[in-house]
Design a protein around this ligand. Structure first.
Ligand SMILES: NC(=O)c1ccc[n+]([C@@H]2O[C@H](COP(=O)([O-])OP(=O)(O)OC[C@H]3O[C@@H](n4cnc5c(N)ncnc54)[C@H](OP(=O)(O)O)[C@@H]3O)[C@@H](O)[C@H]2O)c1
Length: 309
């Protein structure tokens, strides 16, 4: 049974561009879905490291760009979802996010949450899943049989890059600090190197593609492990110019994509893709959740769970 949404809701908002210190929990009006949008009662909303730096030109802003929940209202013209549907999705980055009791989302970006996936894991899939998909296939041009080096293989995005590359027939070498080594191996990396071990990184056999989710000095070193004509794709920072002119480098920002998300959900529902969740926090403890994002030793995704009442 889907109850009528109230007029007011709790929402976490960033008021000042000061990171975690700028967050407050406010009471704000429940948004009205515009044409083509669905109103979703949020069950869980996942967080990404550094995301509090993104909306600083439109404060106050509700953070978190990926959610799971139940459709409770529809704007005009919506045909893609119905009230009562269990959905998840990546939201556009130029609007309020999902760290709230309700959120409006373009309905054509939502995918049905598969039966085998709980709300917390469904919220943690869209952003890293789509980022991984687009880095490997849209920007990395990955093919079966290739070798891929994933920088940050135990991180939120890196764990999905590792699994998707393996599922599509690549072999994966990952970098991860010692605490993430087992997770990277479990997700399908055949070799894991500590990124602070320069000699170890230099010994990695040549690869066709580097996917960088970390940034910093290791990226330059990783670039030297590329084969002739290889590609380096980063989602963390603009990559350095490669010494080898046959190598191409690029940085991109993930875009919501319904069909890619539906495929990711299908794979997750079958258990062929898993999302490791580091920790789950109540909405009112958003500051602690955002603090956790920055801590060494975090493995996988940090998720806000919005309670039932
Ligand atoms: N461009 C895009 O579209 C896009 C999409 C998603 C994410 N991102 C960005 O990509 C980056 C990775 O996202 P994520 O969710 O995978 O993050 P994450 O899990 O926090 O980080 C990935 C890896 O980076 C290392 N790391 C952890 N904390 C760090 C810190 N404070 N500073 C530097 N490195 C740290 C860790 O690797 P070790 O094992 O080496 O410790 C971690 O496993 C973030 O900056 C995020 O904002 C961009």
């Amino acid at each position: 049974v889907v109850s009528t949404p109230p007029t007011m809701m709790r929402a976490v908002r960033l008021h000042e561009p000061t990171g975690v210190a700028g967050l407050r929990t406010d009471r704000v009006p429940v948004p009205d879905p515009s044409r083509g949008e669905a109103l979703v009662r949020v069950r869980a909303a996942a967080l990404t490291r550094d995301e509090l730096d993104w909306p600083v030109d439109r404060l106050p802003a509700i953070p978190s760009y990926e959610l799971s929940g139940i459709v409770v209202g529809l704007g005009e013209g919506v045909t893609e979802v119905r009230v009562g549907d269990r959905v998840c999705g990546l939201m556009p980055f130029d609007r309020d996010g999902a760290a709230a009791e309700y959120a409006t989302v373009p309905a054509d970006l939502l995918a049905e949450t598969p039966a085998g996936l709980d709300d917390v894991h469904a919220a943690a899939l869209p952003l890293p899943g789509l980022t991984a998909w687009q880095s490997l296939f849209d920007h990395g041009g990955m093919d079966k049989g290739q070798r891929v080096l994933v920088l940050g293989a135990a991180g939120g995005v890196g764990q999905l890059v590792t699994q998707l590359a393996r599922l599509h027939g690549a072999s994966v070498v990952g970098t991860a600090s010692p605490a993430g080594r087992d997770l990277a191996l479990r997700h399908g990396a055949s070799q894991v190197v500590d990124p602070t071990d320069r000699a170890g990184v230099q010994r990695i056999e040549p690869v066709n593609l580097v996917v960088d989710t970390v940034g910093g000095q290791v990226v330059q070193l990783a670039g030297t492990r590329l084969r002739l004509g290889g590609r380096l794709v980063s989602v963390a920072a603009d990559p350095p110019t490669p010494a080898d002119r046959s190598v191409t480098t690029s940085y991109f920002v993930v875009t919501p994509d319904h069909d890619q998300l539906a495929e990711l959900c299908r794979l997750a529902g079958l258990g062929e893709l898993t999302v490791t969740v580091d920790s789950v926090h109540p909405l009112d403890a958003a500051a602690a959740a955002f603090t956790r994002l920055q801590e060494p030793g975090k493995r996988g995704k940090v998720v806000l769970q919005v309670d039932d009442d």
